[in-house]
Ligand binder design. Structure first.
Ligand code: B12
Ligand code: SF4
Length: 461
């Protein structure tokens, strides 16, 4: 009989800073590939359904799947393990799998920490999962499937990596129909899609490139716009986010994608993220014409010293120039910043905060604190130097300090991040900006930040 597979997205830990939930593309692709091969698949998304552990237990008991696959980031890892235990309790004969950006680099630990977990699928999951399910269906041994880590005769065995999927167009669109899409739309009327995998850079803090490879694999413009059109027709949605890490690595492809949107007359709005060294003014103009409204960038730091330590491969001067082009093109630049990377000092962090306000005066920066995710050189460095202070992964939401260096304590870093937000709202330029001045809402925002900033300064003294 064909096995029944249930895929699970754990909820984020209580109190963690989180983005709005949406139908996860990773699980969506896995489900679509299994469905294409005629397997029965369903999804339990504990995040959007706000399921407690008890709720999950009753949900999984009702379904009685043969295989349960749980995804997780570092933030949701511990919750994921609890769900694996519950699934095994509720369906003792099921085979449990875990995949995603945390267990890929924590595979042996995950199997040691959770005896109810049978197999870890590392890196890109579609072909590995399919082969595993096919072997289970055929009653064959599945302990040597490429891309997995499992237990064999009491030992943890890491099988070799699987090669990446070269032709991304061969993948079906993510199986969003397995999610309660109306629930997401109540929260925000926007859909997410990914047009590429991997990256050509190798930044010290980044998990993605180590997950999806140091090579840029892309879908064709036709295939991407087919998905946009499908989503527009099926869900009536007009706003989209491309969650590629670097949307414009291949500029001719981005241009062709914009031409395809224009040619088909799709009236949509979208945003994307990329690197400052991968854009031209011409491309930005084309992107604007095709419906782009904002572009987020990994600005990361305003100092060359920290950018070099990160191996980011950009300069503050280039960031300044390109974000200027973005604004000239009528698009909104959204800066992502990492405060507290090893080597950061109070001075360099404040230089960054002021730099960000200069290059993107209309957008409050996404101030993340440097978070050492397993699998990255930053994690290895922080461990090796003995700087790691927080090992509870429930805290790894990129807003909470996790380690300290001789140059910057965790307390200082926490206050820096808080101070960065106050600084943004307490600027003259914010208060007196044409569309904001003399408005009660502006006065309220400024008032709240003023009080919070005074409190912060009192705590500091
Ligand atoms: C979109 C996105 C989000 C979305 C959705 C999150 C999600 N879990 O998909 C939102 C905005 C909610 C989000 C939030 C966060 N994110 Co985010 N996000 C991304 C981003 C840009 C794309 C994810 C994606 O769709 N990829 C495309 C799909 C196809 O790949 P995939 O998700 O890796 O899935 C494949 C494999 O991992 C595997 N797989 C995954 N799950 C499973 C499960 C099973 C059973 C199996 C067999 C296989 C398998 O197979 C999938 C198909 O090939 C990635 C970077 C990236 N490019 O991956 C960061 C990334 C996943 N996010 C990251 C971070 C840090 C966060 C936050 C902590 C930040 C925050 N505070 O908001 C939170 C944590 C969210 C959470 N609940 O886990 C880090 C994770 C690092 C880590 N070790 O945890 C990443 C890798 C970015 C980075 N540069 O390092 N994020
Ligand atoms: S450019 Fe972005 S996706 Fe590429 S390695 Fe650096 S942080 Fe990761």
């Amino acid at each position: 009989m064909k096995p029944h597979v249930t895929l699970v997205n754990p909820a984020a830990p209580v109190g963690a800073a989180m983005h709005m939930p949406f139908a996860l593309l990773g699980l969506g692709y896995l489900a679509a590939v299994l469905e294409k091969n005629n397997y029965k698949v369903d999804v339990i998304d504990c995040q959007v359904l706000k399921l407690s552990f008890e709720d999950f237990k009753s949900e999984i008991s009702k379904r009685q799947p043969d295989i349960v696959g749980v995804t997780s980031s570092t933030l949701t890892y511990q919750t994921a393990l609890k769900l694996v235990k519950i699934a095994k309790e509720a369906c003792p004969n099921c085979i449990t799998l875990a995949g995603g950006s945390h267990v890929t680099f924590w595979d042996d630990h995950a199997l040691e920490e959770c005896s109810e977990l049978d197999i870890v699928i590392r890196k890109e999951g579609e072909n590995t999962m399919l082969e595993l399910v096919q072997r289970i269906e055929a009653g064959k041994s599945y302990f040597d499937v490429l891309g997995t880590t499992c237990r064999r005769e009491g030992k943890i065995v890491r099988n070799q990596d699987r090669t990446y999927i070269e032709d991304l167009d061969s993948l079906p669109f993510p199986a969003r129909h397995l999610w309660p899409m109306e629930k997401f739309r109540e929260l925000e009327d926007i859909l997410y899609l990914a047009t590429s995998r991997g990256c050509v850079y190798w930044c010290e803090f980044c998990t993605t490139v180590r997950m999806h490879g140091r090579k840029y694999r892309m879908r064709s413009p036709k295939n991407v716009v087919d998905e946009l059109e499908f989503l527009n027709k099926t869900y009536g949605v007009k706003k989209f986010t491309f969650c590629d890490d670097a949307f414009t690595v291949d500029q001719p492809r981005t241009e062709a994608l914009c031409s395809e949107i224009l040619q088909r007359g799709l009236k949509i709005e979208w945003n994307c993220g990329t690197r400052v060294d991968m854009l031209t003014q011409e491309l930005l103009t084309k992107m604007k014409a095709a419906g782009c409204v904002s572009v987020w960038f990994g600005v990361e730091s305003g100092t060359q010293q920290v950018l070099d330590a990160m191996k980011k491969g950009i300069t503050p001067e280039l960031t300044m120039k390109v974000l200027g082009w973005v604004r000239e093109a009528g698009l909104m630049p959204v800066p992502n910043v990492i405060l507290g990377f090893p080597g950061e000092t109070m001075q360099s962090a404040w230089k960054t905060i002021k730099f960000v306000e200069k290059v993107a005066p209309d957008a409050v920066g996404f101030y993340n604190v440097a978070t050492p995710f397993p699998g990255t050189p930053m994690y290895d460095l922080v461990k090796e130097k003995g700087w790691l202070r927080i090992t509870d992964f429930d805290m790894y939401d990129t807003t909470k300090p996790i380690f300290e260096t001789p140059q910057l304590s965790m307390k200082e870093l926490g206050k820096l991040r808080e101070g960065a937000f106050h600084h943004y709202y307490l600027r003259r330029e914010y208060f007196f900006e044409k569309k904001r001045r003399f408005k009660l809402s502006t006065a309220l925002v400024v008032g709240v930040h003023l009080i919070a900033n005074i409190k912060l300064k009192l705590r500091r003294s």
